[in-house]
Design a protein around this ligand. Structure first.
Ligand code: SF4
Length: 105
């Protein structure tokens, strides 16, 4: 069998399985918090703490991020993680909301 045909046959054989696995994985992952959700909006949640409205939240400092918040339980350098304020959903490590509390050492 020519190499190109072999590659094609492998793609046909593995394509649907890989697609199904990717879809299943995406369906299993918790959703990210939508900053426009009423709860998120009321807390000023943003996926990028650099975008916090300083006039609305003048006491926020640049060091305050979800990644170092007491209720964030994301692991290592993962870009998102769970937050108990938004149970069942993910927030971004570089995000922020007004419920932020410094993680205990
Ligand atoms: Fe981020 Fe903490 Fe607010 Fe949750 S409570 S969104 S971890 S700042």
């Amino acid at each position: 069998m020519p190499a190109t045909r072999r590659v094609f046959m492998l793609q046909v054989a593995t394509g649907p399985a890989a697609l199904a696995a990717a879809v299943a994985s995406a369906q299993d992952a918790p959703a990210r918090v939508d900053a426009k959700d009423p709860q998120a909006a009321s807390l000023g949640y943003t996926e990028d703490a650099g975008q916090v409205d300083a006039r609305r939240f003048p006491r926020r400092t640049a060091e305050q991020l979800c990644a170092n918040c007491q209720v964030y339980s994301g692991k290592g350098n993962e870009p998102t993680g769970p937050c108990t304020v938004f149970a069942g959903k993910l927030v971004t490590a570089k995000g922020w909301c007004s419920a932020w509390v410094l993680k205990a050492a």
